[in-house]
Design a protein around this ligand. Structure first.
Ligand code: NAP
Length: 286
């Protein structure tokens, strides 16, 4: 059951999962949706995959449909599959979006298909094809009771670590991931630009071990592991940082102010109230 896979949505995740399912012993029988160029980029990488424009044609060949379209398109693609009478009890349908749950698959469920939302908590850039990136990564699984077993099973087949996330918690779950990946990435990008402006040609020599240690410490102990001028109440240092950024990288001054305010929000309660107020005034200044 569910060994013949159709990928609907030939983008970043669709391409990676086509290779990952294939390596895991599934038969990836078709790739559908998107543009001809996107589909061709996947059929070139996975042997035996049919290139089909219409998702309903792919569904006719598969018992597992993997919807890797943009989040906002999942419900419409599902609706179109049901309208084309392309889904039935012998099939399973998953999507891989983090912030949506089972609502968007409801029509497939009503058509008799098994449904699950299985989100890999991993960033997948354009052209990523190495399934190793999924090995050991956690996947947020939301599934009706009858589907939980097979949903966990397929995540494990891909080397992932399935974790049940209640349907109503997925938006908050996804907000947490956005903070832990995109927001951290934006902070590191700003740090990298600042070190380059300071004449340091290889910022990664400083940032890689430092950022890794900071993240590891906070994951272990929470915000109490944070260090630096905010935690020390060292307003003079922060003022000098802001002056230097304003002079050399004015477009980053506001980023610094907001990120430093986020540090204060996490740690300020441990500061002397007067020191916390001074920092807040400094960081609030336009
Ligand atoms: N990228 C990540 O890091 C990541 C990580 C975890 C989960 N996800 C989830 O994976 C899903 C896909 O994201 P992605 O980053 O792979 O997006 P993507 O690269 O933009 O790929 C989406 C694909 O779907 C196609 N498509 C768009 N609308 C469609 C429709 N109505 N019918 C059929 N195909 C359609 C697009 O076609 P064209 O080729 O013509 O544009 C494209 O090939 C999303 O649910 C996302 O939340 C992404």
């Amino acid at each position: 059951m569910s060994r013949r896979v159709a990928i609907i949505g030939p983008g970043r995740v669709g391409g990676l999962l086509a290779v990952a399912f294939s390596r895991a012993g599934y038969r990836v029988v078709a790739v559908a949706g998107g543009t001809a160029g996107s589909r061709a980029a996947i059929t070139a990488d996975v042997a035996g995959v049919r290139d089909l424009a219409a998702p309903a044609d792919a569904a006719a060949l598969a018992d597992l449909l993997v919807l890797t379209v943009p989040d906002d398109a999942i419900a419409a693609v599902t609706r179109d599959l049901v309208r084309a009478d392309a889904l039935g009890e012998h099939q399973r349908v998953i999507h891989v979006a983090g912030s949506v749950g089972l609502d968007v698959l409801d029509l497939a469920r009503r058509a008799g298909a098994g449904v699950a939302a299985c989100h890999p908590a991993m960033t997948v850039p354009v052209g990523a094809r190495d399934p190793e990136v999924l090995h050991g990564s956690a996947w947020a699984v939301t599934a009706p009771d009858a589907a939980r077993g097979w949903a966990h099973g397929l995540v494990q087949d891909l080397g992932g670590d399935p974790v049940d996330v209640p349907d109503g918690a997925r938006v908050l779950y996804h907000a947490g991931l956005a903070l832990g990946s995109n927001a951290v990435g934006a902070a590191v990008a700003a740090a990298r630009q600042t070190l380059l402006a300071a004449g340091i040609r290889t910022p990664e020599r400083f940032l890689a071990p430092l950022a890794a240690a900071s993240v590891a410490n906070v994951l272990r102990d929470g915000a109490s592991a944070l260090t630096g001028p905010v935690v020390r109440g060292d307003a003079g240092t922060i003022e000098r940082h802001l002056q230097a950024l304003q002079a050399d990288l004015p477009h980053l001054a506001d980023t610094y102010r907001r990120l430093t305010a986020a540090v204060l929000a996490q740690t300020g309660s441990a500061l002397d109230p007067a020191a916390a107020a001074r920092l807040k005034t400094l960081l609030d200044e336009a």
